[in-house]
Design a binder for this molecule. Structure first.
Ligand code: HEM
Length: 221
């Protein structure tokens, strides 16, 4: 029988996925997400999550603009993925036209945005760590939230535009994305550094969910 692959021999996309399995599980089962999936959250509570995404994606997409001309980061600058316009429309749907005056980040979102600004504007690997964590998640598990919004809350179109990607066939896109990860010219040390930053990105998301869980009593359906 062939020996199992070591971390060094795994394609980078597989290493990232394996390395984040446990933290993904924790993010998935956070109290806020569990309440959302149980249909236990009001739409105002869901809008608090959309609000946090707005601040987070603004930072990631500004980083994309900063990285656009870097040869290593450029394959991961995909304008069709941009979420800020969808988030603006979703916030207008939930909060009204004056939504911009009515949104506040929780402290963990401020920390998350600070982290993105620290590592994702000048370091392609840091950009990819944060890009992968959010967009590949939105293209996979995020689609479960889209179905939930439709079936539990009757929200589709405006309010759920965040989950509507204009990128064609999603499995094919994810496959191409993995190929970009595998083809990037990173040595072992850089790969390890990117894995570590990706774990930090997941922890940032878990911290945002924890802050939002502190508000749950105000938003129980
Ligand atoms: C809301 C609850 C969640 C559910 C139901 C969920 C579910 C899933 C599923 C089904 C996949 C596809 C796995 C596969 O292709 O085999 C996936 C992948 C992924 N999820 Fe989640 N997820 C959730 C939360 C999150 C969160 C909070 C994050 C990070 C912010 C995240 C990040 C990712 C990433 C990066 C991938 C891609 C893994 C890879 O293929 O490399 N997920 N998720």
């Amino acid at each position: 029988m062939a020996a199992p692959l070591t971390a060094e021999q795994l394609p980078f996309s597989a290493l990232l996925r394996e390395s984040t399995r446990d933290v993904h599980e924790r993010a998935h089962h956070s109290a806020f997400m569990s309440t959302l999936f149980d249909g236990g959250l009001t739409l105002d509570g869901y809008a608090r999550l959309v609000t946090q995404y707005y601040f987070i994606y603004q930072a990631i997409e500004e980083a994309a603009d900063a990285q656009r001309d870097h040869p290593v980061a450029a394959p991961f600058v995909v304008d069709e993925l941009r979420r800020v316009p969808a988030l603006e429309a979703d916030l207008a749907f939930f909060l009204g036209e004056d939504w911009a005056d009515r949104i506040e980040p929780v402290p963990a979102t401020e920390d998350y945005v600070r982290r993105i600004r620290t590592v994702a504007f000048d370091w392609p690997g840091g950009y990819v760590a944060h890009h992968y964590t959010r967009y590949l998640g939105d293209l996979a598990g995020g689609q479960a939230v889209r179905a939930l919004l439709k079936h539990t809350y009757g929200v589709e179109g405006p309010g759920a535009l965040f989950y509507a990607f204009d990128i064609g066939n999603v499995p094919a896109f994810r496959k191409r994305y993995r190929a970009c990860l595998d083809d990037a010219p990173w040595d072992e040390a850089e790969r390890r550094r990117i894995v570590t930053e990706t774990l930090t990105a997941f922890e940032c998301n878990i911290a945002v969910f924890a802050d939002l869980a502190g508000e749950l009593d105000a938003f129980r359906a």
